[in-house]
Design a protein around this ligand. Structure first.
Ligand code: ATP
Length: 373
């Protein structure tokens, strides 16, 4: 078990990279603490698998260091790093039984037979494949094979970490939820560092205590699911997390606030002053649909008109047009029992939930002083 530190990591698949667009990993400084349950979340192509393969040792980074408990391991193979990796598709020996597949990593380590028997039984029970132990792996369904593949990662409790690269892709949707719960329980029992790659926010938040959100080869935020929801550090996190994602608008600074969709929004001096520092940058306002307040139209509210109501069972999503001239689409999310307004609507953006971004990074407001993350 180990703390894994990534120090100024960058990777390009090109032999002669030019600009940042030639890098699959642009710059990553990050620490996975010993014993944590983490998710690495991001869209297709953002660099998740590349990062995982660098951590495990399947890929050598073009720049930077990978450190396990303070020791550089760049030159070490996955075996030497003592790391287990579970891939999207099952990696098992078809000609062996399930039992022998699970026992294989332990026999390689010349563990005593009694320990192997106990461990295989424990993991098979946890993954609900104990009844298959004497079956040939070639006779299993895709789901069962992937469970065996996960089991091969889980039998070794001395590993530095277990890395999961979208392991539930081939698993039946109904089983997915149960297996994620199982993995979480296994994590709690064995206290092994686990990093779970996914592009699904629900999968990330049901498994992980903390989520690293990746975008264009960088980790743009590392936080609990709640932190990512309440305080997105980057516009991409706002957009990617939540359902629907954050409303984002380009804004212009005015003397006492900002202007968006042809309307002026007054801000408290602390917020206005914090934005002033970033006057030369591209400024955006972000507000989650959950935090947009609907009121009677009037002086103190922003003007909007209702376009469409989507009833999604436990909540409704309202599509509105903000402003009167240069209108912008905005979404509001309301509880199922909330009365849906008609036609003209007033909107209020509570200051606590209204975020500002300069060149896509959060402008933090601290009693009149700000710092950009
Ligand atoms: N072997 C390779 N050779 C060249 N480019 C590659 C290679 N593997 C990945 N890439 C590129 O590196 C970038 C990051 O890919 P990577 O597979 O790490 O992303 P990902 O987030 O894991 O995506 P996915 O969820 O689709 O697997 C992409 O632009 C991809 O096309």
């Amino acid at each position: 078990m180990a703390e894994i530190r990534l120090d100024r990591l960058a990777h390009s698949y090109s032999a002669r990279p030019g600009g940042p667009e030639d890098y699959a990993i642009r710059r990553v400084d990050h620490v996975w603490e010993q014993g944590g349950a983490y998710a690495l979340l991001g869209p297709s192509g953002c660099g998740k698998s590349t990062l995982l393969n660098i951590i495990s040792g399947l890929l050598e980074p073009s720049e930077g260091k990978v450190m396990y408990d303070g020791q550089e391991v760049n030159a070490l193979s996955p075996q030497q790093r003592n790391i287990a990796q579970v891939f999207q598709f099952p990696v098992i020996y078809d000609t062996m039984t399930v039992h022998d597949n699970l026992a294989f990593p332990l026999r390689n380590q010349r563990q005593p037979a009694a320990k192997i028997a106990d461990k295989v039984k424990e993991v098979a029970e946890a993954l609900e494949i104990a009844h298959l132990l004497h079956r040939k792996a070639s006779n299993l369904t895709a789901d069962e094979k992937q469970k065996v593949s996960m089991g091969r990662g889980l039998v070794r409790d001395d590993v530095a970490a277990i890395l999961f690269d979208e392991p539930l892709t081939v698993i039946d949707p109904q089983l997915k939820w149960r297996l994620r719960r199982k993995l979480k329980q296994i994590h709690e029992r064995f206290n092994i560092t686990m990093v779970y790659v996914t592009h699904d926010q629900l999968e990330a938040s049901t498994f992980a205590d903390k989520i690293a959100v990746m975008y264009e080869g960088q980790i743009v935020q590392f936080g609990t699911p709640r932190e990512l929801f309440e305080n997105p550090a980057h516009t991409f996190v706002g957009y990617f997390i939540g359902s629907p994602g954050m409303n984002l608008f380009e804004v212009e600074l005015t003397t006492d606030g900002v202007r968006l969709a042809g309307v002026d929004l007054r801000l408290s001096p602390a917020v206005r002053n914090a934005l002033e520092v970033h006057a030369g940058q591209r400024l955006k306002l972000g507000i989650r649909p959950e935090f947009v307040q609907l009121v009677e139209p009037g002086e103190s509210a922003l003007h909007a008109t209702l376009d469409l109501v989507q009833d999604l069972g436990t909540y409704k999503v309202l599509d509105l047009q903000l402003g009167t001239t240069d209108t912008k689409a905005i979404k509001a999310r309301i509880e199922e029992d909330h009365v849906v307004p008609q036609g003209e609507v007033g909107l209020i953006f509570p200051e606590r939930w209204t975020k500002f971004y300069a060149d896509d990074f959060l402008v933090e407001i601290h009693d009149g002083q700000d710092s950009q993350q």
